[in-house]
Design a binder for this molecule. Sequence first.
Ligand code: DLZ
Ligand code: SF4
Length: 513
Amino acid sequence: MSALRLILGDQLSTSIATLSDIDKQVDRVLMVEVSDEATYVRHHQQKLVLVLSAMRHFAAELKKDDIQVDYVRMDSNANTGSFSGEVKRALQRHHYDQLVVTEPGEWRVREMMQSWQKDFDVPVEIRDDDRFLCSLDEFAQWAKDRKSLRMEYFYRNMRRKTGWLMEGDKPVGGEWNYDRQNRKSLPKGMTYPRRLRFEADKITRDVMQLVKTRFDHHFGDLESFGWATTRVDAQRALTHFITECLPGFGDYQDAMKTGEDFLFHALVSPYLNIGLLDPREVCEAALQAYEDERAPLAAVEGFVRQVVGWREYIRGFYWLQMPGYERSNFLKAKRPLPDFFWTAETDMNCLRQTIDTTRRHAYAHHIQRLMITGNFALLTSLAPAEVEAWYLLVYVDAFEWVELPNTHGMALFADGGLLASKPYAASGAYINRMSDYCSGCRFSPGKKLGEGACPFNYLYWNFLISKEKQLKSNPRMGLAYRNLLNKSEDEIDAIVQQSEQFLENLNQSDGQP
Ligand code: DLZ
Ligand code: SF4
């Protein structure tokens, strides 16, 4: 029995189920660089380089381990540009008795895989992706009969299941969640760790050339590329985070600072999401730092929660809600994406800084994504589908299973509260508290209305006013709506008028760059 074993660009783990029973004598691994995956949304140039370079490095490692690899390069003759086309060609190149794959991270690709059984003459086996700690069945079981699917309860189950940060059946330190300690602003004069970035080797430089030649019109700069493209370097990046950054990660994980693109953030999500790192090893490294008293409990708990709580929860939630999750539009948002999401050319400094970071690194941290671009998209009713395509293509760690719930549910509240209990709407005061952006801005965060007022201020109230029908009955919005009652009619008129003027003047984009 010989098998063709397909490995996708976000399945670069030697422990992947596809390879578990490989027979090196007769089986072959298939890896394909296909233009469809680069262009179904026009991914950031750095994301293309990361995925393709990591694929080439991974194939080289498999070959070193005497595994036969059928590797199709993007520019090879007769490349059909699609997964289906390339699997078909591979099945014609050699005889196989079966095709083995692991379930993908996207509904679109799963549907494609499911069609292969009827399209090809060999049996197709789609295996569960057991690199996650919670299987899809287990998640569905947890979710069954629950009125609301809040992450916190899922997370507690995962803590119990793994035994991480547990003393018997109690959480270490007495609390499950130390988030309240994790919202400090950055003190003056603070120094920041120098982040480990990686030099491009020959393989990466070749891929950069390919991307420059074929995908130069895609969003993003290539010059500052510094991502790890091998497991060994990804492990070095993890160790660097644990030793240099984790101790400061908790306190300052919501803070933003001009010129500090990474602060204390882990920068391991791209590696987790393409398979170079395993979520277990990442958590265990953080837990070890806690054991050794190299990092405080709040930082370690906050980090572990992101990986074993939020990340696993989001993945279970995506598959539970698909297909069709993306179709809801609770707040009836339909404004096209403004041009500055592509150019960063806006006078609103917080947006300019966040989008500029995104362009230079294909990265921004979660508060920039949620409370700057996400908050703006929410308050200005940008069309969910356009915002979602933007997040999916600009971020190096974005694959649909993780991007869609985070954008559609968390940032845009487009699902009406299936994921989040309330919309994450905030005025300029929050951004001013958590960043230094406002001091470099033409607008003033303290000014509510009129010339020079921070647009987030009036847009926040305008959002509450215009979405009253959908949001007023939400218990977590009670305080906000009570505060709205304190505003005079004149003030409300002025808020609506200035917001409408702002929205009319928003430079609209015709889609992608
Ligand atoms: C993101 C991406 C890109 C840009 N290119 C490829 C590719 O050429 N070959 C491949 O196997 N995978 C690629 N990927 C990752 C896929 O888009 C990803 O596996 C699916 O979206 C399923 O999650
Ligand atoms: Fe952003 Fe308003 Fe601050 Fe300017 S003043 S940086 S627009 S929050």
